[in-house]
Design a protein around this ligand. Structure first.
Ligand code: HEM
Length: 271
């Protein structure tokens, strides 16, 4: 652990040194989150002073919490959609109607894409990145539902079982984004039947960023490409095994074929 921590610190140190050097060049503007954090660290007016090691810690949080979780969720969404071509088509139809064929999806488009939002919720219901929330400790005797919990008890919340509880969800194991259409259920920690980002004080602090990254990346993948499974793999045969570790990714990476579905000039503008 110590070796790993040292290696990580060396990496973060290099990132900061590079950013600090660029800050001294003429015509400098903030380009990324590290730039913004370094600027905040120079602000003497902050209520809570941000130190240089705090910038490193935030950067590490962003890398650890913000990359794998979003990538894993997008990969599960694509896997579910490849198994259900009718849902795939419905999403593409929404994208064509709202965005058209001549541009990419932007962050501000997301509220106009309720079906894509529903796909993300349904993916997070069936494939929560973190099926067990961070452990909690009861600070006083309490009652949760029918359970008496003594002060000092460690409580583990298993959201995976909540997300597939047949008392809450109809056909809980079926991937069906339509279950969210016209419903108020959200993933922001207020609806206890759907808690992919947890809830309360220890809820994921990066949920807004994570959600935006997932929705925008998925929307653009669906909008920009036709997707198919390679060779003889039939949708119903696609392996959906998962592994449980720091996150819950597919056991075997998803292998797919992508073909452009928008005017070719749009792909050049992405490079
Ligand atoms: C798909 C995206 C993400 C998912 C599904 C996710 C999920 C979670 C969950 C379930 C927790 C535990 C919450 C609890 O126990 O109540 C958590 C904690 C945390 N997440 Fe995320 N997260 C995501 C993205 C991010 C991003 C983008 C960041 C950073 C920018 C981040 C940083 C953190 C941190 C630092 C904690 C620990 C909070 C604490 O213990 O006080 N996460 N996340």
């Amino acid at each position: 652990m110590k070796v790993l921590s040292k290696k990580l610190d060396q990496f973060l140190e290099r990132v900061l040194v590079e950013h600090e050097a660029r800050r001294k060049t003429t015509g400098y503007t903030n380009r990324d989150m590290v730039d913004v954090l370094l600027e905040l660290a120079e602000d003497p007016m902050l209520d809570v002073k941000l130190e240089r090691h705090g910038v490193k810690a935030f950067t590490q949080d962003l890398l650890a919490g913000g990359t794998e979780s979003s990538a894993v969720t997008v990969e599960w969404a694509m896997s579910e959609l490849l198994k259900k071509p009718e849902i795939f088509k419905k999403a593409t139809k929404e994208l064509d109607q709202v965005i058209g064929q001549n541009r990419w999806v932007m962050e501000k488009d997301i509220p106009s894409l309720p079906y894509v939002e529903a796909i993300v919720k349904e993916t997070m219901r069936l494939h929560p990145v973190s099926p067990m929330l961070s452990p909690r400790l009861a600070r006083e005797d309490c009652k949760v539902g029918e359970y008496d919990i003594k002060k000092g008890t460690q409580v583990l919340v298993n959201i995976w079982t909540i997300h597939i509880d047949p008392l809450i969800w109809e056909n809980p194991n079926e991937f069906n984004p339509d279950r969210f259409i016209g419903k108020e259920i959200d993933v922001k920690g207020q609806d206890f039947e759907l808690l992919p980002f947890g809830s309360g004080r220890r809820m994921c602090p990066g949920y807004a960023l994570g959600l935006k990254v997932i929705q925008s990346s998925l929307a653009n993948l669906l909008h920009g490409f036709n997707w198919s499974l390679p060779g003889e793999v039939k949708p119903e045969e696609l392996d959906m095994e998962e592994i449980y570790g720091l996150s819950t990714p597919r056991k075997f990476p998803l292998v797919v074929i992508a073909e452009p579905r928008l005017p070719l000039g749009l792909y050049n503008s992405m490079i």
